[in-house]
Design a binder for this molecule. Structure first.
Ligand SMILES: [Zn+2]
Length: 406
């Protein structure tokens, strides 16, 4: 199955994409033979705009990239249902590693994608594919387009160049402008089964089976988080700290302290990312703008704007990293109270945090199901507050206090 190998538990989606890739290939071949536009593409499974939706971790971006690779596959091998996408040829390989000249993957590290960046993408989308197949633009965070940017994109999706394919990804259909989604063929991925996630961690990442199973269970079918938990010591330590929080909110002092630590840890994540990339980016831009390298020399006249733009972007990236990190902690916390509820109700579902069973039992026996439900709601309210740009410490403190009472 080649390029589809990394898609876990998405058989239906794979079938649809493989069919489209097959028709897309037939189109390219027919046009090459006739050396002119194909006379009739009706009835084809291929189309110019696709929207991949599904819960976080289901593999939206992975699916889009796999499809992009299949569209660029140049091997005569037809591994899956007669569809291209061998995974090994030049076209597949360069697409999967991100170096194919006709595949642009846009993955934003800031909270929103603006009009300017989108115009640039649209311009790029007009180009004819250098490799003679398809010009593919993967927009991994289509839900982050500002309204203005969405309208710029809409025009491009309405009137695509003949060999241009847009692959948009978003958590749900509602995250994308109705006018855009009505012009896309939509594919919905599901949360993959825990066992399937564990299996791919073992098979692809060579992770030891017991650890893979535990990481898959703890993250409830979120592949990326499961892999990170299984491979990153720091992520495991962070999760362990979060799962201790319910025991630390017995009094007001404990609440405030736990909240502060959670927010500090997220800020620390943002700082680490900044240290890794900001300095390098800044140096590169200085060099590109013609400043004397490493001397802190003056920038040539008229280039301050570009530097300011980079600094703004870095600031926005730090905000998003901090937000993502907090969000991760809040999912872990929700998972914890879901387990508590399961114990309180005597449910027999597998616990996500079976490794923290002692803590779960303690919290379960010291509270009642109604209280647990209220706590889960408090976490969700904190998430919503963060989405509305409430100051992180304020939102997390309010949550910690709500976790305590009653
Ligand atoms: Zn291939």
């Amino acid at each position: 199955m080649a390029v589809w190998d990394d898609l876990v538990g998405q058989d239906r989606v794979i079938e649809q994409l493989a069919a489209a890739a097959r028709d897309a290939d037939a189109l390219v071949t027919a046009e090459a033979a006739a050396s002119g536009p194909s006379p009739d593409a009706s009835g084809s499974s291929m189309t110019h705009a696709w929207l991949f939706t599904g819960p976080p971790g289901s593999g939206r971006a992975t699916a889009a990239r796999a499809f992009a690779a299949a569209l660029q596959c140049v091997s005569p091998d037809r591994a899956f249902g007669g569809a291209p996408g061998c995974g090994f040829c030049e076209g597949c390989h360069t697409t999967l590693v991100g170096t194919h000249a006709d595949v642009e993957v846009v993955r934003t590290d800031v909270l929103s994608i603006g009009v300017k960046d989108t115009r640039e993408l649209v311009r790029r989308a007009q180009l004819s594919p250098a490799g003679g197949r398809w010009q593919v633009i993967v927009l991994e965070d289509a839900d982050r387009l500002t309204e203005g940017a969405g309208n710029v994109l809409l025009k491009a999706v309405e009137e695509p160049a003949p060999r241009t394919v847009w692959l948009l990804c978003a958590p749900s259909l509602e995250d994308v402008l109705p006018t855009i989604r009505s012009r896309c063929r939509s594919l919905t991925l599901r949360t993959p089964p825990v066992a399937a996630v564990a299996d791919i961690l073992v098979r692809r990442d060579g992770i030891e089976p017991a650890l893979a199973a535990q990481a898959a269970q703890a993250t409830q079918g979120h592949i990326g988080r499961a892999r990170r938990l299984a491979t990153d010591e720091r992520a495991r330590a962070r999760r362990a700290a979060v799962l201790k929080m319910p025991l630390r909110v017995a009094d007001m002092g404990g609440c405030l302290k736990a909240a502060q630590e959670l927010v500090d840890a997220a800020a620390e994540d943002a700082k680490q990312v900044a240290e890794e990339v900001d300095t390098k980016e800044t140096e590169e831009l200085r060099a590109a703008l013609g400043a004397a390298a490493g001397t802190g020399g003056r920038l040539p006249r008229g280039t301050a704007g570009a530097m300011k733009e980079l600094q703004d972007r870095q600031k926005r990236r730090a905000t998003r990293t901090q937000r993502d990190s907090l969000d991760l902690a809040l999912s872990d916390l929700t998972g914890f109270y879901r387990d508590v509820l399961a114990i309180q109700l005597g449910s027999r579902v597998a616990l996500a945090n079976a490794d923290a069973r002692d803590t779960l039992e303690r919290v379960a026996s010291a509270s009642r199901p109604e209280g647990t439900l209220r706590r889960i709601e408090a976490i969700s309210a904190c998430r919503q507050a963060l989405d509305r740009n409430v100051a992180p410490l304020l939102a997390v403190e309010a949550m910690a206090v709500a976790l305590r009472a009653g």
